[in-house]
Design a protein around this ligand. Structure first.
Ligand code: FES
Length: 124
């Protein structure tokens, strides 16, 4: 599935957050668009690198968590869905254990420029 086909998918260039808003080895949950039906993104940071995934579990298609403290973060290694505890790799979003092992989160390509994290123009 291409994440751009999901309702409310943000346009290329959309700024998600300031780099400093994502702790190194930590996460930031970003909700974009309409408050009633936001497009939910998980940002994970390792130094200057930031990884982004749609906050949508590969198991039931629901958010992994609504708060970062419920992501079961293993810094730079993995995060966990708080519903049935599937665990996803930090760097590629693949499910390494749980109900959807072998599936994965939907990755979103980013650019980090001038301290801002934005959706890459060439993500397809
Ligand atoms: S909904 Fe995420 S593991 Fe089941």
């Amino acid at each position: 599935m291409n994440w751009r086909q999901l309702p409310g998918a943000p346009a290329p260039g959309t700024v998600l957050a300031r780099l400093e808003a994502v702790p190194d080895g930590g996460a930031l949950l970003a909700n974009l668009g309409a408050e009633a039906a936001p497009f939910k993104i998980i940002l994970l940071r390792s130094g200057r690198a930031v990884f982004a995934y749609v906050n949508r579990c590969a198991h039931f298609g629901v958010p992994l968590a609504e708060k970062t403290e419920h992501l079961g973060i293993r810094p730079h290694e993995s995060i966990r869905c708080c519903v049935h505890y599937a665990r996803y790799r930090w760097r590629d979003g693949s499910c390494e254990s749980g109900e959807c092992e072998g599936a994965g989160l939907l990755p979103i390509s980013l650019v980090v420029r001038d301290g801002l994290i934005a959706i890459a123009a060439d993500d397809a």
